[in-house]
Design a binder for this molecule. Sequence first.
Ligand SMILES: [Zn+2]
Ligand SMILES: [Zn+2]
Length: 269
Amino acid sequence: MKEKLYTIPLNDAVAAGDECPLCFAERKIEQDALDFTLGNSSSYMEQDIRAMTDREGFCRRHFKQMFDYGNALGSAWILSTHLRAVRRELEAEIAAHRTEGKKTSAEGAAGLFRKLRSRTEETGGAPVGRRDSVAAWTAAREKSCFVCRQIENTKKRYVETFFYLWQKDPEFRRKIEEGKGFCIPHFGDLCEAAQRCLDEAEREEFYRAVFRLMQDNLARLTGDVDWMIEKFDYQNADKDWKNSRDALQRGMQKLKGGYPADAPHRMKK
Ligand SMILES: [Zn+2]
Ligand SMILES: [Zn+2]
């Protein structure tokens, strides 16, 4: 069974006991994806990999991580051909934009209305009005990232592994139920996946357990953050920090996922 492959890293993530086991697993997935993209294996010099990075590009978050990674030459190779690919796309987009502009004025109001309606249907009925074709292209580019895609694919299988263990391994379930819960985004991923991974009775049981877990742990974190504020009062200067010393990064993680206090992931020399 494919999901079984991830039982060990997922159990490790749960054993780490931090604010979200899926964040813990995702950090490793992201670091592996970055190592694969820019690391010592030099996969970026392989034609098929470069064809993918040329086409997909990277999001702002992963460009920043690539910048910090410390392989300037590797990044430059990737950028050099990706920039060329983007220029080719832009050329085609500009040509299409010109043709579309001419068509719109020739067709007049009826044509414009048709276009407006079809674009609204494309967005599932959202009232966006007429979308500029070049703006639509930049928006699609914005969503596309070679590293994000690798992370998404692996993350999906981690979530399936989670439900596999939740059903088959009472010890795993106990650890989750006694753990610190999840960050809000990963909590959402689990609630979503429960729809396809569990039957109705199991789902009810799962929701009952995780809803309570999330309520309790958000309350715990609120207490940690509040005590951090109290600690700034000179009257509390000598009092114990309790669990509040790192409440800021844990609170941010709980709300949005990730590790704000992490140092950048760098290339191993
Ligand atoms: Zn998380
Ligand atoms: Zn990305």
